[in-house]
Every structure is written in structure tokens, then in C-alpha cells.
Design a protein around this ligand. Structure first.
Ligand code: NAD
Length: 491
């Protein structure tokens, strides 16, 4: 026991589901292997839960909803702060655990993933305390809008930012008064498992949050299809999002989908070159390029194209691919063997399509304990038309393409020339041009002279095939509540 906590069994064999406040094994006693990507070794077992586990979780959530939804917002906020305190108190442990499970550098978990997980909970705790609904006055009547929680709801999250995106979904759902059945990715289940122990230690009432582990097609699908689940918030691939949307359509459940991207990074010759270069290295390769917001298409004004290519390739070659536990590692391991193979096949496709590999293009061999891990050199490709698959399909790895442009119109045409529309970056010191591009670009998020600067109050999500609906701030609280208009006639 540590601080009255159950002992974290992160390195032992079996992860448990968290249902009705208890840590339980899956009913069917089926398990999936959980790999450490940096070593390629299995290091734990994940429940391969089925519909019966989801039935139990939905029943627990439905029962807990009566009490939780009636609590004043401030009391729900208090619970979220207590869970956030647990994250803060176990910060170093969570950093190591997340890095081990995902393959990302510990330094990234320390700077981004774990702090943000705690901030997500605190942010929505604060927001719910100040949340007010609208009223509309008429000459003889007043309308007010109640915003009531939905009931038992489902949250399904991906592997790239495991605890960060998991908490980003559940925090507003819980703050708004819903009870949650959540499924983390089966590829990175460990931090959500540890989180369930921290919820118990924080005294979160049983059934308010239920975490059920398992595959997408069985466990995830059972959440989507369950008639007791009133809404689904999903983050993952566009193909999966399409499947989920098709399943939900006939039921008229609410849904929000945060999907894939093929984000442009537009660089004008008049930008602050050093700032742009430093940020473009990050926006291309942070988290091994496995952030939905990474800029995978670097679109550069021809006037500086040669200079940019030379400097960018030189700087990319200096990035260290290595053991995620080492403090000077820039790129850790790719999250899984299948994803590693997918990225390598995308690089092969780029070669077949006639692309020139300027650097990288191969796996990276790391000696010692990481010799069997899934590492790929950061890869820069040029010479491909916008229409080719390499420039159209999401790779979600440390691979970017370079494309030159001459005019603003051409830059915008290139940027908008995909089915995706999640985020974009624009680099220019001409403020008028920055605004013009921001207005004409088709993406839900536009950064001018920066990348990944986040204010949690802003709407977050994608256009086109990158998603439906928005997360963040009041958008999230609106999604997780049902507006009901009440009209009172007083004359
Ligand atoms: P994925 O779609 O394979 O899986 C995401 C989650 O959905 C996992 O928990 C998975 O088990 C579950 N799932 C899979 N099939 C399901 C089904 N039929 N029914 C219900 N649940 C199912 O995605 P991934 O490979 O884990 O994540 C990578 C993708 O996520 C990339 O495309 C990336 O761009 C996207 N992503 C988007 C955002 C965003 O905010 N837009 C953020 C992070 C990641």
C-alpha cells in the first residue's frame, strides 16, 4: 500500500476491468497480449472483454447516474480534483508506465501526457462550476434552457496519447453529470488501468466511471450498440469512425467523432525561419509522428525551398531515435508491430510512387535492451504530386513529405487537396496573409506561427473526413447534455 492506495500491479500479468467500483477480470477469462514497443516483448495481459462485461458496466453506470447526476456541480468538481490530485501524486510512476506501454520518450510523457491528464480533469471541474445555461425573454414569457446530463454514456479512445485523450473525454462527461463506460485502446491499456486504481483511492463513487478493456470490434462495438448507452464520444481512425457512425445512425444516439488527419504545414519565405524550423521538427516528428495534429505535408514557398530542404534534412538527421527511458531521446518506439509494418509499407509505397527519400526511410536499429523494438528513422520525402497516395492517406508515423509552391492560391489548393481537415499550421510574418490563409483553409484548427498551442476553452475537432462535432470547453459540456427549453408565461 502507498498512501492508502491499492498496490499498482503495472508489471504483473493481468490488467483488470473497473466496473461498479471494483477491479474485476473479464467474464469470459479471455486475455490479449500487451507488448512493450521498445523491446518487442509481451509484458502484461489485457482483458478481452465481451458484451457481458459491457452489460455489467452499463448497469453499474445507470445505477450510479441517479446519485451522480443529482450532485451539485461543485461536488462533482471536487471528485474530479481529488482524482487529479492522485495523478499529480503519482506523476513519476505514470510517466514511466505510459512511456513503457506506448514507446514514447519518457521526456514527452513528463512534459505533455501526464500533466495534461491532470489538467483535463481540473479544467472541466472548474468549467462545470461556472456553467450557466441560456434564457430568452419574450414580452409576456420567459424561456430558460435546462442542460441535463444524458445518463450512461460511452467513451472510446486511441493509443497515441493514452491517458491524455482518455481523460479529455471522460472529464467533461463526468463533470456534466453523466456516468461513463470507457474503453481505452487495447494497444495501450496500462495507464487507464492505473487510473482506475487512482479513482478508487480518490473515493470516486462506484459506477460513476467504468473502464472496460478489450478489442475494438468486440468490446468497443458492444459499447456502441448497447441500448443503455445514450451517447458515444470516439477518437480514432476515420475508417473506424465511419463504422461507428453507420451503427449509431438508426438509433439516433448522440455521437462525436475525432478522426484522422493529413495536416498541412504551410511555410512562407517571410517567416521567422529559426522558430519555424524548430517547431516544424516537432510538428513533424513529436511522438514519432503519431499525434493526430502532426503536420505530415510540409508545403514550402519555392523561394526558400532549397534552403529549407537542406536545413530540415540536416536537423532531422540529428534527432536521436532511441530507448524511450533515455533523457536525450527525441523519437522512441512505434506503438506496435502492426503499426510499424504499416508505416514501413507506406515508405515503400512512396518509393514506388517515385518519391525521393531525403533521409530516413528505414527502421532504426537500437542496441541493448531495445534491439527487438519497433523503431523507424525520421523520414523526409520529396518529389511526389499532391494526388498520390503518400500525400493523400494518413501514415501516422515519423514520415513527412515536402512540396513547393509559388503563390498563396497554390499553397491553399495544396493544403485543401485531401479528404481530411483536422489541423494546419501557417508560417508567415505577414499578418494579413496569415488571416487570409486561416479563413480559406479547410481545417478545424489553424495555428499561425506556432503548433500545438492549446487553450482548452477552444473548440477542438476536424472538418471533412476528420470528424463530426467538437470537443473542448463549452462545446464538450453541450455535447454531454440535452438542452430542454422551458417556457413560462407570466402575463
Ligand atoms: P482505431 O480507430 O483503430 O481505434 C481507436 C479506438 O477505437 C480503440 O480503442 C479501438 O479499440 C476502438 N475501436 C476499433 N474498432 C472499433 C469498432 N468497430 N467499434 C468501436 N470501437 C472500435 O484508431 P487508433 O489506431 O487507436 O488511433 C489512431 C487514429 O486515431 C489515427 O487515425 C489518428 O489520426 C486518430 N486520432 C485522432 C485524434 C483527433 O483528435 N482527431 C486524436 C488522436 C488520434
Amino acid at each position: 500500500m502507498e498512501d492508502g492506495l491499492p498496490v499498482c500491479d503495472a508489471v504483473s500479468t493481468k490488467i483488470k476491468n473497473y466496473i461498479g467500483g471494483q477491479l474485476v477480470e473479464p467474464n469470459n477469462d479471455r486475455w490479449l497480449d500487451n507488448y512493450e514497443p521498445a523491446t518487442g516483448q509481451v509484458y502484461s495481459q489485457v482483458p478481452d472483454s465481451d458484451a457481458s462485461d459491457i452489460d455489467a458496466a452499463v448497469a453499474a453506470a445507470t445505477e450510479a447516474f441517479q446519485g451522480w447526476s443529482q450532485l451539485p456541480g461543485g461536488q462533482r468538481a471536487g471528485h474530479l480534483h481529488r482524482v487529479a490530485n492522485q495523478i499529480d501524486q503519482h506523476f513519476d510512476e505514470l510517466v514511466k508506465l505510459e512511456s513503457r506501454d506506448n514507446g514514447k520518450p519518457e521526456s514527452l510523457c513528463r512534459a505533455v501526457d501526464i500533466p495534461r491528464s491532470s489538467i483535463n480533469l481540473r479544467f472541466f471541474a472548474g468549467l462545470i462550476e461556472g456553467y450557466a445555461s441560456e434564457s430568452h425573454a419574450m414580452p409576456d414569457a420567459i424561456n430558460y434552457t435546462l442542460r441535463q446530463p444524458l445518463g450512461a454514456v460511452g467513451c472510446i479512445s486511441p493509443w497515441n496519447l493514452p491517458l491524455y485523450l482518455f481523460t479529455w473525454k471522460i472529464a467533461p462527461a463526468l463533470a456534466a453529470g453523466n456516468c461513463v463506460v470507457a474503453k481505452p485502446s487495447e494497444v495501450t491499456p496500462m495507464s487507464a488501468f492505473r487510473f482506475s486504481e487512482l479513482c478508487i483511492a480518490a473515493g470516486l463513487p462506484p459506477g460513476v466511471l467504468n473502464i472496460v478493456h478489450g478489442s475494438g470490434t468486440e468490446t468497443g462495438n458492444a459499447i456502441v450498440e448497447h441500448p443503455g448507452i445514450k451517447a458515444i464520444s470516439f477518437t480514432g481512425g476515420t475508417k473506424t469512425g465511419r463504422t461507428i457512425a453507420a451503427k449509431i445512425a438508426p438509433t439516433f444516439k448522440k455521437y462525436a467523432l475525432e478522426l484522422g488527419g493529413k495536416n498541412p504545414n504551410i511555410i512562407f519565405a517571410d517567416c521567422d525561419y529559426e522558430q519555424m524550423m524548430e517547431t516544424t521538427l516537432r510538428s513533424s516528428f513529436a511522438n514519432q509522428g503519431q499525434i493526430c495534429l502532426c503536420g505530415s505535408r510540409v508545403i514550402v514557398e519555392r523561394k526558400i525551398y532549397d534552403r529549407f530542404r537542406k536545413d530540415f534534412v540536416e536537423r532531422t538527421k540529428m534527432l536521436k531515435v532511441g530507448d524511450p527511458t533515455e533523457s536525450d531521446t527525441n523519437l522512441g518506439a512505434i506503438v506496435s508491430k502492426p503499426h510499424y509494418e504499416k508505416i514501413m509499407s507506406c515508405i515503400e509505397l512512396a518509393r514506388e510512387e517515385g518519391g525521393t527519400i531525403l533521409c530516413g526511410g528505414h527502421s532504426a536499429q537500437i542496441n541493448g535492451r531495445c534491439a527487438e523494438g519497433y523503431f523507424i528513422q525520421p523520414t523526409v520525402i520529396e518529389g511526389l504530386p499532391s494526388s498520390c497516395r503518400t500525400n493523400q492517406e494518413e501514415i501516422f508515423g515519423p514520415v513527412v513529405t515536402l512540396q513547393p509552391f509559388d503563390t498563396v492560391d497554390e499553397a491553399i489548393d495544396l493544403a485543401n487537396d485531401t479528404e481530411y481537415g483536422l489541423s494546419s499550421s501557417v508560417w508567415t510574418s505577414n499578418i494579413k496573409r496569415g488571416h487570409e490563409v486561416a479563413h480559406r483553409i479547410e481545417s478545424g484548427v489553424v495555428w499561425i506561427n506556432c503548433w500545438l498551442v492549446r487553450d482548452l476553452r477552444t473548440p477542438f475537432g476536424g472538418m471533412k473526413q476528420s470528424g463530426v462535432g467538437r470537443e473542448g470547453g463549452l462545446e464538450a459540456l453541450r455535447f454531454w447534455t440535452e438542452p430542454k427549453n422551458v417556457c413560462v408565461k407570466y402575463l
